[in-house]
Design a protein around this ligand. Structure first.
Ligand code: AMP
Length: 569
């Protein structure tokens, strides 16, 4: 069975195609969403999910979250003494989803479809694929998140021709895609986005508000700077922001080093403070419509995806933008995982799905660096020559001919870039290839350059020199992609050697991590009370009686609800 996985910035989810429908898989706690958080505990065991997320507050130096934002870069994050690449941290999340699925389905899972933001570039896609490999999964396909959402929605459409826009605002990324469904074909006409915009940025707005309030109430000259305080304020901002999805106003409160501060915030204040972010949502929307060559009035519907679209201020902004209400038939944070499960079903060639054909687009323009001869000036280098234009339907293969520029030239450097700018320096370099050519006069040697882009967003470059009939394929030489098979294998072994916290004890771990956070966040009597509950629960754990543990844990969690409200995902 193939596992469909939504590897999100904030939360991840997995699903399968079973009995003719897409089905999400609950984790060991019975939740459909697993926070994309990883932490290492004192005895070196890895924690993933809710327990890890709570440790972001109590043990920020041993915990990593939102690492999807750094996917495909060489930036590493530390868990205690050891540093990990974002793809390794993602591998822990994938391993945990895999284990949950295996437990739930009672069979071993070896293959997966993993979703990525449509805006992800080649490096980010390759890193995601490697994360899958590191988790022991063969990645059958990377699927663009909006395409997955379209599958989740589109599957319910029977025969009717529709055109819609997917507005996907998650924890850290924003994607906009225009899709057509006709005769059983789902086609992405245009896909744009901003991979630095999401719910976290809306948290930042409330964090700034709260920290400024702390400064004023504690009579400080500057806003206080402390990682621990920041993490606490962040957790409080997240809670407040979610409450503002159902209430008109809420109070953020913080206790810190014997001091306490409160800040009342209303929906209107939040909307005003987030105005710049709400404006930024327009940019990719306008571009997607323009690239797709359609007018907003031609859209049959606007579909909301991503947990952050639950925010009423975002829904209002969307309604204003399009002059009508968006559609949110599916749970916005489950749609992508459901779509990945549909795609997994397609891969398994399930009879019910045979009819659906999926096409996709390449999110960026891909091309090479060229130089031009400018009259009176000479050679002007560093210019971008596109081969595959953004929003070309993939798989795509395009070829262009180039020729030598100087007399006696013995090499042609093929530098590959992606991006939209005319100067290559403003685009992202993907790799380079040095192609030997026979020395001739300038312009006498031609080279044919072919770019092939597959459905997973992976690029191959093929260079042919007709004069010598030699062919060269691109070996991408950047730091990340230098990672050879062997190295992936070694890293997989290193990660596999790390013990994941036993799955059957997850619920206890979650209770203890949460209590530790509540302990740190409370003061006085309330703190003492939490401390006593912790000791009592630890004593029960030591007695190792599963029934007693379960009863004590339920009571413990209920008591904690009274301290910090219900747990959110
Ligand atoms: P996703 O990446 O789709 O899981 O979305 C995660 C984002 O959705 C996070 O930024 C959450 O804060 C946000 N989110 C989830 N539920 C709510 C809610 N009820 N109100 C506001 N934001 C939410």
């Amino acid at each position: 069975m193939i596992l469909g996985i939504d590897l999100g910035t904030t939360n991840s989810a997995a699903g399968v195609w079973r009995n003719g429908r897409a089905e999400l898989i609950p984790n060991s706690l019975g939740h459909l969403l697993t926070p994309s958080a990883v932490s290492i505990d004192d005895d070196g065991k890895i924690l993933v999910g809710l327990a890890a997320r709570d440790r972001q507050v109590t043990h920020p130096e041993r915990t990593a979250t939102a690492f999807k934002r750094y996917m495909g870069t060489s930036r590493s994050l530390s868990l205690g003494q050891t540093r990990y690449y974002p793809e390794e941290l993602s591998a822990f999340v994938l391993r945990s989803l895999k284990a949950d699925a295996e437990h739930y389905l009672g069979e071993t899972i070896t293959d997966a479809v993993i979703t990525v933001p449509a805006y992800f570039n080649d490096k980010q896609r390759k890193a995601t694929k490697r994360a899958g490999e590191l988790a022991g999964l063969r990645v059958e396909r990377l699927l663009n998140e909006p395409t997955a959402a379209a599958l989740a929605y589109g599957i319910h459409e029977t025969g009717r021709e529709t055109r819609f826009l997917v507005f996907d605002l998650g924890g850290g990324t924003f994607d906009v895609s225009v899709l057509d469904i006709f005769d059983g074909v789902i086609e992405v006409r245009a896909s744009t986005g901003d991979n630095r915009l999401g719910g976290e940025d809306f948290n930042e707005v409330l964090i700034r508000m709260m920290l400024e309030s702390c400064r004023q109430q504690w009579h400080l000259p500057d806003t206080p700077r402390s990682e621990l305080l920041y993490q606490r304020v962040r957790a409080e901002a997240e809670r407040a922001r979610r409450l503002l999805s159902s209430e008109e106003q809420t109070t953020m409160s913080i206790s810190w080093n014997d001091k306490h501060a409160e800040h009342l915030v209303s929906t209107e204040q939040f909307e005003r403070a987030a105005e710049t972010l709400l404006q930024r949502l327009r940019v990719p929307v306008v571009r997607a419509l323009k690239d797709g060559g359609i007018d907003a009035s031609q859209l049959d519907s606007i579909v909301l995806v991503g947990g952050a679209t639950r925010m009423p201020i975002v829904r209002r902004a969307v309604t204003r933008m399009f002059g009508r209400f968006p559609d949110s038939r599916l749970n916005p944070d489950e749609a992508v995982a459901l779509g990945a499960a549909v795609q997994a079903g397609l891969k398994q060639r399930d009879a019910a799905l045979n009819e659906i054909v999926l096409t996709d687009v390449c999110p960026y323009t891909l091309g090479i660096e060229i130089s031009e001869v400018v009259a009176g000036v000479g050679l002007r280098g560093g210019l971008f020559a596109p081969l595959i234009e953004r929003n070309t339907i993939v798989p795509a293969s395009r070829s262009k001919q180039f020729s030598t520029l100087t007399d006696g030239q013995t090499f042609v450097h093929v530098n590959v870039y992606q991006g939209e700018a005319r100067q290559v320096s403003d685009n992202v370099k993907l790799g380079e290839l040095k192609v030997p050519v026979p020395p001739r006069r300038a312009g006498e040697v031609n080279i044919d350059c072919r770019f092939s882009y597959d459905v997973s967003g992976l690029l191959e470059i093929d260079v042919h020199v007709p004069l010598t009939d030699e062919r060269h394929q691109l070996v991408i030489l950047d730091d990340e992609d230098g990672t050879q098979r062997e190295e992936v294998q070694q890293r997989r072994e290193r990660l596999a050697a790390l013990k994941i916290h036993p799955r059957d004890q997850d619920a206890n771990r979650v209770a203890l991590s949460r209590a530790a956070r509540c302990f740190e966040e409370s003061l006085g009597e309330r703190r003492e009370l939490v401390g006593r509950w912790m000791s009592q629960f630890e004593a029960v754990l030591e007695r190792q009686d599963p029934r007693e543990i379960e009863m004590a844990r339920n009571a413990f969690m209920k008591a904690l609800d009274g301290v910090d409200g219900e747990v959110f995902l």
